[in-house]
Design a protein around this ligand. Structure first.
Ligand code: ATP
Length: 416
């Protein structure tokens, strides 16, 4: 049986992954499959608390045990969820198998926006549902069960804090984190942001999470975990996840890109990058007569240095989410860089002296011998940029975004 849960936390506390870790312990008597699922849903959903994650646990039980399993889950959610927060609307779903319809729905939850009613109808059609308050969490609970990890997946080990430490500053030895990262990267990633000199694997909120180690190799993740010196973890668990897979990205085109979804959009730079107050950088791309503004916001830090070097005529693939008709960039692939030139007064063909301008659009004249010329000299400008893929740094990366170190067969410029 598959038990999905979502929307149990609030900005003030709790975390649905922690509830899952507790439930895994509670459900051990039935037998729980290793690595519960942590599914990141559409990152553009306004209702999300933080990373729009939902969880699902696979249990060795049959339909006859559904009622007791549901009772255990409901009791835990009642006990632990932030139910008094108006934005917390937990949902629990229990299915005994995944149908193609559920899988298709889950895909839409990761890439698009769905309604509570759709989720409720579908969950009731194939399984058992328990909805708290407006039941919005049923959307994520069902999607966590149904999202396929067959094509791609990664893992995250999440360590949790003892309850008496919740809300206090996390005690984690920074040097040990750097060492753990050094010795396991690139099989673990986004533990530290080397360029921006910050550790990024640990939240600053009052939630129960101590830290999370992401990677593609469970042994490397466990090795990193052993190396990190910190306050004692109350428990830890390894999730199988669609994090770091770009599961949210739809191959699209500018004409049909809509707010709230995430795309790869191909286009030519038609307006060069400019910065506005606050350090946000904007430029415009076009494809078949349709245009879209692209943004690299201040938190994307050194990624903006790449973006600022783009020029009109460059061909790119832009990855990101559309909000207010603007593509918020997560990464770009520069397919071709347009040759750039500066115009210089030409040398006189007779006496080799540099000619003088005769005025705007009036060509050039040699002061010495009087020779005239209409054409200036085009000097190629060396581009400080190479083609290939560039990404936002770890400190600005979304859980679901695929780091470039996971992309093979293409020229990559990983941000570390
Ligand atoms: P955490 O990951 O820390 O548990 P969160 O960031 O996942 O918190 P939630 O508290 O779960 O945020 O709130 C997100 C809500 O949005 C959930 O109720 C979920 O069911 C709903 N939701 C998620 N994806 C979609 C979607 N694509 N369309 C509509 N609703 C969605």
């Amino acid at each position: 049986m598959l038990l999905g849960i979502d929307d149990t936390d609030s900005k003030k506390g709790m975390c649905t992954t922690y509830l899952a870790a507790i439930l895994v312990e509670k459900l051990q008597k039935y037998g729980v499959k290793e690595h519960p699922r942590l599914i990141r849903l559409n990152p553009n959903i306004k209702y999300k608390t933080r990373g729009n994650g939902a969880v699902a646990i696979e249990i060795d039980a049959d339909e006859g045990q559904a009622a007791e399993i549901m009772d255990i889950a409901v009791q835990k959610v009642e006990e632990m969820a932030e139910l008094e927060d108006p934005e917390t609307n937990p949902g629990i779903v229990l299915l005994d198998h995944i149908t193609p319809e559920v899988e298709k729905f889950s895909d839409r939850v990761v890439r698009d926006i769905v309604t509570i009613k759709e989720a409720m109808d579908l969950a009731k059609k194939y399984g058992v549902v328990h909805a708290f308050k407006n039941g919005r969490g049923v959307i994520g609970a069902l999607a966590a069960i149904g999202f396929s990890l067959k094509n791609d997946h990664t893992y995250e080990l999440v360590a949790y804090r003892h309850r008496e430490n919740w809300g206090t500053t996390r005690r984690i030895d920074r040097t040990s984190v750097l060492e753990a990262d050094q010795s396991t990267y690139p099989h673990t990633w986004d533990t530290v942001d080397v360029a921006n000199e910050v550790t990024v694997f640990s939240p600053h909120s009052s939630c129960p999470v101590l830290f999370g180690i992401r990677g593609d190799d469970v042994d490397a993740i466990k090795r990193a975990f052993k190396m990190i010196r910190s306050e004692e973890a109350e428990r830890h668990i390894i999730f199988k996840t669609n994090q770091s897979t770009d599961a949210h990205i739809i191959p699209g085109n500018i004409a049909s890109a809509k707010n709230g979804c995430s795309y790869i959009l191909g286009g030519t730079v038609v307006k060069s990058p400019h910065s506005i107050q606050g350090g946000h950088v904007f430029f415009t791309i076009a494809e078949n007569g349709h245009k879209i503004d692209c943004a690299a916001y201040e938190p994307t830090k050194n990624f903006r240095d790449v973006i600022r070097q783009l020029c009109v005529g460059d061909e790119i693939l832009a990855y990101g989410s559309v909000k207010d008709q603007t593509l918020n960039l997560e990464k770009i692939e520069i397919s071709s860089l347009k040759d750039q030139f500066v115009l210089r007064n030409p040398a006189c063909p007779k006496c080799q002296k540099r000619m003088k301008s005769s005025g705007k659009n009036q060509g050039y004249r040699c002061r010495k011998c009087g020779t005239t010329s209409q054409d200036g000299e085009h000097i190629p400008v060396l581009r400080g940029l190479e083609s290939g893929l560039y990404e936002t740094p770890p400190c600005a990366r979304r859980h679901i975004s695929k780091p470039l170190i996971r992309m093979s067969g293409r020229k990559i410029h990983p941000s570390r």
